[in-house]
Design a protein around this ligand. Structure first.
Ligand code: ARE
Ligand code: CA
Length: 480
């Protein structure tokens, strides 16, 4: 359950937040596979409520486990999983299994199913009131109003969302049935939403009911990857991220705060992983610079760097993808000005297509951070160094840092203007492309910059001069 099931040495995951299945399928083939990404976290694929104005968060209120959502229908989902797996890109589903829709909602979901949340009536699963937690032991609102009362956090309603009782065998079976449908289609794993709000023993029982991965793309006997969304900011009395490390990896939200600091002051890179603050060990940590919640002030927001600050964001991503701590996910956003704003939409509320401009950037309001050359280049770097778990030749000078990764890659980042000189890269001699500028091209050169020569003693002359892209990175899989 800890293994992301990547193809070859691929590592980086990208969250294509609110993308449609057809667009994701195309992106796997045209960009993610060649750039060395491992996989995609997709938005919740199941039927959800429809809220006026179509905010993105309507998809976090399930109506059923039918694969009919704003991103597309079941057949489109199946096609995406096939096309992505066929080029070695994995699909991870954002699974909402803590709850169904919020109270006060009823009518029809995105797949046309009837529901009535106040009656806890979700006939398309089916769930009835008996499948939900009652309000015993909860505050009068039946909701969570203390984040440090563990039983309340797990048994009462998060944001007023009707709370399933995962201790019941029937509920476990239905959730596992949903996960197994996705596994059989070919997904590689799950982000378990609101993991903090479910008991680890119940989650363990559910994961043990899941099938092995589809042998069309995975070796026999492989299990799905599980990573749990648990916001642990080390408050006294809060649920601890470590409660989940036995059943999968766990989101490390303290990393978002750390990386924001480090990207501003690179001298702090030694403290990126801070066990004294209770951060989980590297092999258990699922890390990201920002996520779909905290980039807009939801879910433990504040003090995170986002696409709105591009230079610092690239530095943060370069450290995240270049360093060794945790399993990394890259956020891919759409432009927004208000927190609830949904994805770019047509007049009828349907999600706009992702269009790709001639220069490789995205149009129609999609930000596509994962396509920024600095970030995509570092995704390819992470693949090249995947089996080199050491940091060598680290050199920190003021607000600048350089290090190599076991002879497979070398990175230098400057946060204080240009930095040039002779560096020990630890790499085999040869001609390499600075992947922050561009990839190798078919003429034996590099796009965007001249090749870099590493001498037989491992030294190279390195120069960082572009204020907006203050990073230099070479690796053994991008030779000129
Ligand atoms: C919406 C409305 C609410 C309304 C509700 C029900 O905004 O006003 O009450 O619907 O009708 C997302 C949005 C929510 C949205 C919800 C359902 O963020 O705004 O509610 O969808 O549509 C806690 C949880 C953590 C959770 C965050 C948001 O622990 O699991 O809150 N994050 C996940 C997802 C979210 C999603 C949900 C869960 C629900 O990533 O996108 O919500 O499926 C401290 C605590 C944290 C706490 C945090 C809240 O830091 O330690 O535990 O996070 O505060 O700020
Ligand atoms: Ca719960």
């Amino acid at each position: 359950y800890h293994d992301p099931n990547c193809k070859d040495n691929r590592v980086a995951m990208v969250h294509l937040f609110e993308w449609k299945w057809n667009d994701i399928a195309a992106e796997c083939e045209r960009f993610l596979a060649p750039m060395g990404y491992c996989g995609v976290q997709v938005s919740p694929p199941n039927e959800h409520v429809i809220v006026d104005g179509y905010p993105w968060w309507q998809r976090y209120q399930p109506v059923s486990y039918k694969l009919e959502s704003r991103s597309g229908n079941r057949q489109e989902f199946i096609n995406m999983v096939e096309r992505c797996n066929n080029v070695g890109i994995r699909i991870y589903v954002d699974a909402i299994i803590n709850h169904m829709s919020g109270t006060g909602r009823s009518g029809k979901g995105s797949g046309g199913s009837d529901f009535d949340a106040d009656e806890m009536h979700f006939p398309a699963v089916p769930y009835t009131i008996a499948d939900f937690n009652g309000c015993g032991g909860c505050p009068a609102c039946c909701c969570i109003n203390s984040w440090t009362d563990v039983a309340q956090v797990r048994n009462c309603r998060l944001l007023g969302l009707t709370d399933l009782n995962q201790a019941l065998p029937g509920v476990r079976q239905k959730i596992a049935g949903f996960l197994n449908d996705l596994i059989d289609i070919g997904v590689a794993g799950f982000r378990i939403d609101a993991g903090k709000h479910m008991w680890p023993a119940d989650l363990k029982a559910i994961s043990e009911l899941t099938n092995d991965l589809n042998t069309k793309w995975f070796p026999a006997g492989r299990k799905a990857f599980f990573f749990y969304e648990v916001i642990d900011l080390a408050q006294v009395g809060e649920v601890r991220a470590q409660e989940y490390t036995g059943i999968g990896k766990v989101t490390e939200f303290r990393y978002c705060i750390k990386i924001d600091d480090v990207a501003g002051g690179l001298w702090g890179i030694h403290g990126l992983y801070d066990p004294g603050w209770g951060m989980v060990e590297s092999t258990d940590a699922f890390v990201f610079v920002d996520n779909h919640d905290n980039q807009r002030g939801h879910g433990g927001g504040g003090n995170v760097v986002t696409y709105k600050n591009p230079r610092k964001y690239k530095v943060a991503q370069a450290v995240t993808l270049g360093y060794t701590y945790g399993h990394p996910r890259v956020m891919s956003s759409y432009e927004f000005t208000t927190d609830g704003q949904g994805p770019p939409a047509n007049g009828d509320g349907s999600t706009k297509d992702v269009v790709i401009n001639a220069d490789g950037s995205c149009g129609n309001g999609w930000v596509c951070e994962h396509r920024w050359q600095a970030i995509a280049g570092m995704a390819s770097f992470r693949k090249a160094v995947a089996n080199a778990n050491t940091i060598d030749n680290q050199r920190t000078e003021g607000n600048k840092v350089a290090f190599s990764r076991g002879g497979r890659g070398f990175v230098a980042i400057s946060n204080e203007g240009s930095w040039s000189g002779t560096f020990q890269t630890g790499m085999p001699s040869g001609r390499y492309c600075n992947v922050i500028r561009g990839c190798p091209n078919s003429n034996g050169g590099c796009n965007g910059a001249e090749p870099v020569t590493v001498n037989s003693d491992g030294t190279a002359s390195v120069s960082i001069a572009d204020w907006d892209n203050p990073i230099f990175a070479i690796h053994v899989e991008a030779k000129a």
